[in-house]
Design a binder for this molecule. Sequence first.
Ligand SMILES: Nc1ncnc2c1ncn2[C@@H]1O[C@H](COP(=O)(O)OP(=O)(O)OP(=O)(O)O)[C@@H](O)[C@H]1O
Ligand SMILES: CC(=O)C(=O)O
Ligand SMILES: [K+]
Ligand SMILES: [Mg+2]
Length: 618
Amino acid sequence: MANTLPVYDVRCAWQVTDVSAFADRGGLSNGRVGLRLCNLGGSKLRGNSSLVSRSGGRNGACVGGSRALTPITKSVLKTEYETPAGVEADVTRLERAVTERGFEVDSRIEEELKGEGGFRNVRRTKLIATIGPSCCSYEQMEALASSGVNIARLNMCHGTHEWHRQVIKNCRRLNAEKGYGIVVMIDTEGSEIHMGDLGGVSSAKAEDGEEWCFTIRKFNGPLPAYTLPVNYEGFAEDVQVGDELVVDGGMVRFEVLEKVGPDVKCKCTDPGILLPCANLNLWRDGYLVREKNVTLPTISSKLANGLQDWVDIDFGISEGVDFIAVSFVKSPDVIKHLKSYVAARSPDRSIGVIAKIEDANSLRCLDDIIRVSDGVMVARGDLGAQIPLEQVPSVQEAIIDACRKLNRPVIVASQLLESMIEYPTPTRAEVADVSNAVRQQADALMLSGESAMGLHPQKAVEVLRGVSVRMEHWSREESHHEKPPLPEISTSDTGRTSEQICNSATQIANKLGADAILVYTRRGYMASLISRNRPDCPIFAFTESRNVMRCMDLQWGVVPFQFAFRKDLESNLLQSLALLKAHCMVRSGNLVVAVSDVSSASQSGTGVLQSIQVHVLS
Ligand SMILES: Nc1ncnc2c1ncn2[C@@H]1O[C@H](COP(=O)(O)OP(=O)(O)OP(=O)(O)O)[C@@H](O)[C@H]1O
Ligand SMILES: CC(=O)C(=O)O
Ligand SMILES: [K+]
Ligand SMILES: [Mg+2]
């Protein structure tokens, strides 16, 4: 049980300049030091509230190309909003767990916390796996979950709604029956120009010099030889002889030789494998074709799949997914529009909207996109087809940096372990790339083809996990010096108080070598503010809502728990520590720092009390 010792009250946050000295004075060996920051109604907190300056900017001359989600003003679908498959069973189990055990946490994480390495070695970087034919059965998905996958991604470019519904059902069943906490993310098609399916075959090979016909004609059944359907009706009109056609981010290239009605004859200049629904980009005179260079001003209305994204989004909402990732975002507007659409259609549970950065236009308004999104994905596959490849690593770092400053989780995606689609071991270069993303402290890493259609999905997850844990450990050992301060993000008094509390709690935890930071959070915001600081120890985040618990699982270092809040911070803290200890997830001698934004009756009688406490478990 934790000791109870006097708590120090600090009425003005801004007098506390050296929290570590304050903590040091407290005599930690025998219990707890409390540091309470009290926001007294009406008092203004002064300080520098400037927001982060804009970064990102143009990348060379390549701008735009494909088309993001087009705003709509009314639902294009009449969706029946039934209770999503399996959600009830999951909720029932969670409620039972919370009642019977006092809290709920992913069963595999619980094992990890109790494990040999102790919980300081728990993995901080979250793992996402794209689900496809190689890993979609219940057993295959269980293997991925047990290897550490936090989030299942469903790419709406592929598969039917029926297929995706079955995968979501598997996730719910695994959560309900096996105690995993798998989070579900759908990824929209993004209305880009792409090929259709290959008439039923899984791939085709284009050899150097071969002539292929890209056509807007429709086929039912097998395709004629050397023919590839294109989903964009304006394609034959918009291409010009001499254009370069880049397939799948550069995996295969063609030169346009001739236009004949709906057909575009092309010569393969860079051979490779053609996959169904592969993305197409057009380059002219060394530049990506911008929309305004295309004969018609907007291409979205002519895309066969213009409305498909909205149909898929309605599907995601009705299935109760946790995140929607939006492909080919060009500006903040599309995200704002989708967020209000989702809020109106899913009023009772929040669905995080993730902006995928893969369109060169998005780099010109990166900070604005990040601010309105719930998270960001560096979608290196298509991004690498829109900006010169050699710029992708620096753009990745700039995006991760901007997300950190603006407090949004960021995912690094595509080709992390590409060779593992075929081979059981990664290349050294792939391991170095994954290590680099972990070192940059991205919140999550994502597998695409490696898990969806590769031969070794589980091994690929294990490689990501192993490399993450190793690199995180090394980074902690290596950088025990002060990290540069993060810019302030909040402008309101309460927001700034929360931010300072979380920054200070992290400093205290790092200085004292704490074993964990405990945070009690209703919406997950306080947990995100701590995660943003990337503390040396894991963050145990307690929340009442299952929805918030799932959404927090995208964040670096956060171990989410569902837990019924007691009447005040004191009881929350004692109860959660007792439960963690009873389940061997913390031990005697562990030092924990606790942070709360859960309102409690203020001892001073005014305002909302927020506090930092330090406990040594006896
Ligand atoms: N649900 C699925 N059904 C069948 N194949 C899939 C599915 N999801 C992914 N794949 C296969 O895995 C490959 C890689 O997946 P990935 O999600 O990266 O797709 P992508 O087509 O490259 O598009 P994106 O740019 O959205 O990532 C796909 O090209 C496809 O062959
Ligand atoms: C993930 C994705 O969409 C890409 O890399 O293009
Ligand atoms: K997609
Ligand atoms: Mg993409």
